[in-house]
Design a protein around this ligand. Structure first.
Ligand code: FES
Length: 116
């Protein structure tokens, strides 16, 4: 695991997320009410950029393509791809899969993420 500085705490207000690079890996950093979190940047369904999605229900990220929702804190699927009608056909071969999450630490006003 290597620790990467990805942004400063003040750059990312509560309720926002940002796609950043941690070394060679693209990830998303989120600032929720209870702290900072990080997940992989692409949806596990068919790899849409989650950074173009949005934070819903204060702690979930919703994919911009087919509206899968993931718990930002754990990466678990809250709701699988469900839009547009018919996407279920695709789901037969693209089953539910959690997002990878990465440990975040704060030090000296900076946000650090551990990525292997
Ligand atoms: S690519 Fe994210 S829900 Fe389909």
């Amino acid at each position: 695991m290597a620790r990467h500085t990805v942004c400063s705490e003040s750059e990312l207000p509560v309720g926002e997320m940002r796609t950043v690079r941690a070394g060679d890996t693209k990830i998303i950093v989120y600032h929720l009410e209870d702290g900072f979190y990080a997940t992989q940047a692409s949806c596990t369904h068919i790899f849409a950029p989650l950074g173009k999605g949005k934070i819903v229900e204060t702690c979930q990220v919703q994919c911009p393509f087919h509206r899968a929702r993931f718990d930002i804190r754990t990466g678990e699927v809250v709701e699988w791809a469900n839009f547009p009608p018919g996407v279920q056909l695709l789901n037969a071969v693209r089953g539910e899969k959690a997002l990878r999450t990465f440990p975040v630490t704060l030090a000296g006003g900076e946000v650090h993420v551990e990525v292997d």
